[in-house]
Design a protein around this ligand. Structure first.
Ligand SMILES: Cc1cc2nc3c(=O)[nH]c(=O)nc-3n(C[C@H](O)[C@H](O)[C@H](O)COP(=O)(O)O)c2cc1C
Length: 323
């Protein structure tokens, strides 16, 4: 049985989303928080990891930094809240992050990364897992990066086999994953472009000992995906989807001040969720939803869309291939 993880998606998979997802869908063994990066944690970050906001789920907080003392400080705070593990982000491709040598930018500074890893693995109060890309500019960097990472006693290595310059374009580079698969001593987790149960079957056929996968955009677009991957028949319940969206709206309203940020986040969620529906049918209701100026207008548009649009006959399959 393959273990399924929810990928961290900054701006989407915060605690409001995770709780609503867990209540209405499930099929996820571990949830990773979007990255934490501020000294002492800012208000939003602290809300995201408060134990009261993460009941009944296995949650792994993720840290994004290139400063060992900051990593260790956040580790202490998280240990104090009762967490049992932390994850290090070596994948974020964003310009402001990478240009400062953090996330995927750290992969272009291996001597610095080595010093950082020496320090955190020596002193961390919590076991560490790592989520990484396979290079900054070129997949040829991977063998050296992998040789470095391999030296540390991490709990697992999550590989998103793209380089930073790919951002989210191009096909994941399976040969880089294969390179690690044949050598790694630590457990590996595959991440990247798993959109359908068929995609998972394909990865499992090529890498039969891959016992863990992480789902990102595919799961946000089709929240039933993990259940379907576990062999459950496809379910498309309009009531469940409506309740899920309603719960997220209420959660955001309680968390954020004013309607604008709430609307912004809901619209971003719908840029994924809309793929559950037939493309032609959803175009107009989606436009109305995107144009909504207030929450009442949004809510009506979302209700109408969910009530009226036919689901894609083949589930959410292949929506990503049309892009
Ligand atoms: C909007 C967005 C936000 C993301 N935020 C994070 C993050 O906070 N931490 C992280 O490690 N990866 C982040 N990622 C990367 C995803 O976790 C994942 O590695 C990537 O989307 C590839 O997996 P997928 O093809 O299943 O989506 C983000 C991706 C997107 C699209």
């Amino acid at each position: 049985m393959v273990r399924c993880y929810m990928a961290p998606l900054e701006g989407i998979t915060g605690y409001v989303y995770r709780n609503a997802f867990h209540r209405h869908f499930g099929g996820i063994d571990r949830y990773f928080t979007p990255f934490l990066t501020n000294r002492g944690l800012n208000h939003r970050e602290r809300q995201d990891i408060l134990p009261a906001h993460n009941q009944g789920m296995e949650v792994i907080p993720q840290i994004l930094t290139n400063q060992a003392d900051l990593f260790l400080e956040l580790g202490e705070i998280l240990a104090g809240y009762g967490y049992g593990e932390v994850n290090l982000n070596l994948g974020c491709p964003s310009g402001t992050v990478a240009s400062k040598g953090r996330g995927s930018g750290f992969l272009a500074r291996l001597p610095e990364l080595e010093r950082f890893l020496d320090e955190i693995f020596r002193r961390s109060p919590l076991p560490i897992s790592i989520k990484t890309r396979i290079g900054f500019s070129s997949p040829e960097e991977w063998s050296e990066i992998f040789a470095l990472l391999e030296r540390y006693p991490m709990t697992e290595l999550i590989i998103h086999p793209r380089v930073r310059e790919d951002f989210y374009r191009n096909t994941p580079r399976r040969e880089a994953y294969a390179y690690a698969y044949h050598r790694a001593k630590q457990p590996l987790c595959y991440n990247g472009d798993l959109f359908t149960p068929g995609d998972l079957a394909d990865i499992c056929a090529q890498f039969p000992n891959t016992g863990r996968v992480m789902l990102g955009r595919g799961l946000i677009a089709n929240p039933w995906l993990a259940l379907e991957m576990a062999g459950n028949p496809p379910v498309r319940s309009r009531d469940t989807l409506l309740e899920f969206c309603q719960e997220i709206l209420e959660g955001y309203r309680a968390q954020m001040s004013g309607e604008r940020p709430v609307l912004f986040h809901l619209k971003e969620l719908w840029s994924y969720l809309s793929n559950l529906f037939e493309e032609e049918a959803v175009a107009k209701p989606l436009k109305r939803l995107r144009k909504a100026n207030g929450l009442a207008e949004y809510q009506q548009a979302a209700e109408d869309l969910i009530a009226q649009c036919p689901f894609r006959a083949e589930g959410s399959e292949a929506w990503h291939k049309q892009r």
